[in-house]
Design a protein. Structure first.
Length: 302
C-alpha cells in the first residue's frame, strides 16, 4: 500500500495549503492527501501521519474499527455528515473544554478520522496537533486586551509548551495597541513595547511595561541589550521582517523569538521557506491566524 500523509487546512486557507503542497495533493474538503511521508507544510493546521483506509459496512462497524486502534478520536467531517456524527457518537467523548491561559496543552494521543464516502473511513492514529482538528480554543478575556491579537500569542505559547517566566525581559515590536504586551505583562514579564503609535494607556501603566515610541525597524540591538524573548506582530512585507530577524539573530542578544509573518496580497511562500530554514525554527499557521504565519525559534522548551 502506498504511503500517504494528510494535511488539514484552517477554514478559508485551503488555497494556500494547496499551493504549498503542489499538484500531487488531492483535496477532500479542507483535508489534502499527498503521497509519501510527512513533508514541511506550514499552512497545515494539523498533519495526519500514515492514515489508513478502512472499509466499513455499518455505523457500528466504523466505531468498532476506530476503538480497536485507540481510545481518543476527533472527527473531521466534509461528506456524509450524519453518518460520520453517528459513528463519532459511539466513541468515547473527547474534552473540548476551552483552556484558561496559561495552561499545558494536552498530552494524550488524539487521532483524526473522516469518511471519504459511505463505506470508506480514513483514520490517522497519530497527528501533529493535540487539539481536535488543530483548533485551540480559550476562555477569552473580553475586558483586558484591546483587540483579539492576544489569542494567537496565547495559542503559540500553548503549542510551544513554553512562555516567559516572571521577570524575564521581553521585546514587543509593533506593540500598538498593546495586546501582546498585555499577555506578557500578565505573565509578570518585563516588557519593552516598541511602536511609533501609542499602546493602550491602561496597558502602558501595567507593572514591568516600558514604552518606546519609535519604529521597530529603527531600533538597534545594542540599544536594548540582552532580551529573553523577542516578539513581533509588525505589519510589514515578509522580506522586510526577514531582514529584521537576521539583524537580531546576528546580534546574539535574543534567546527566543515569536514573530508573525503577514502577507499582503499574494502569499510569499518563498520567504516563508526562508524563515523555516533558519536553524531551530518552526513556521506554522495557527487557528487564530489570518492570512499570516507564525515563526518561532526557541531555546529548549520546558
Amino acid at each position: 500500500m502506498t504511503q500517504e500523509t494528510g494535511y488539514l487546512a484552517a477554514e478559508g486557507f485551503e488555497a494556500q495549503l494547496a499551493e504549498e503542497l503542489g499538484a500531487d495533493a488531492v483535496a477532500h474538503g479542507r483535508l489534502f492527501l499527498a503521497p509519501g511521508p510527512a513533508r514541511p507544510a506550514a499552512w497545515a493546521i494539523n498533519t495526519w501521519y500514515g492514515p489508513q483506509r478502512i472499509q466499513i459496512a455499518s455505523i457500528a462497524e466504523g466505531a468498532k474499527a476506530l476503538r480497536a486502534i485507540q481510545r481518543n478520536w476527533a472527527l473531521y467531517s466534509f461528506v456524509k455528515h450524519r453518518r460520520a456524527t453517528l459513528i463519532q457518537d459511539r466513541l468515547p467523548s473527547v474534552s473540548a473544554k476551552p483552556l484558561v491561559f496559561p495552561a499545558e496543552a494536552p498530552t494524550a494521543p488524539l487521532g483524526s478520522w473522516t469518511l471519504l464516502d459511505e463505506a470508506t473511513l480514513l483514520a490517522s492514529a497519530r497527528c501533529s496537533s493535540p487539539f481536535p482538528n488543530g483548533e485551540v480554543r480559550f476562555v477569552e478575556d473580553k475586558a483586558g486586551p484591546p483587540n483579539r491579537a492576544y489569542l494567537k500569542l496565547w495559542e503559540t505559547l500553548t503549542l510551544a509548551r513554553k512562555w516567559p517566566k516572571p521577570g524575564e525581559r521581553c521585546l514587543d515590536l509593533g506593540a500598538s495597541p498593546g495586546g501582546w504586551t498585555w499577555v506578557l505583562a500578565k505573565l509578570e514579564a518585563r516588557v519593552v513595547a516598541v511602536d511609533k503609535a501609542p499602546i493602550d494607556r491602561e496597558i502602558a501603566a501595567m507593572a514591568g511595561v516600558e514604552e518606546r515610541r519609535m519604529s521597530a525597524f529603527a531600533l538597534e540591538p545594542a540599544e536594548v541589550g540582552p532580551v529573553d524573548w523577542l516578539f513581533s506582530d509588525v505589519v510589514c512585507y515578509p522580506e522586510r521582517l526577514y531582514r529584521l530577524v537576521e539583524r537580531w539573530l546576528a546580534s546574539g542578544r535574543v534567546r527566543n523569538y515569536v514573530c508573525t509573518i503577514k502577507f499582503q496580497g499574494e502569499t510569499d511562500h518563498a520567504t516563508a521557506r526562508k524563515f523555516a530554514e533558519i536553524p531551530g525554527s518552526r513556521v506554522m499557521h495557527l487557528h487564530h491566524n489570518k492570512h499570516e504565519l507564525t515563526w518561532l525559534k526557541l531555546e529548549d522548551a520546558r
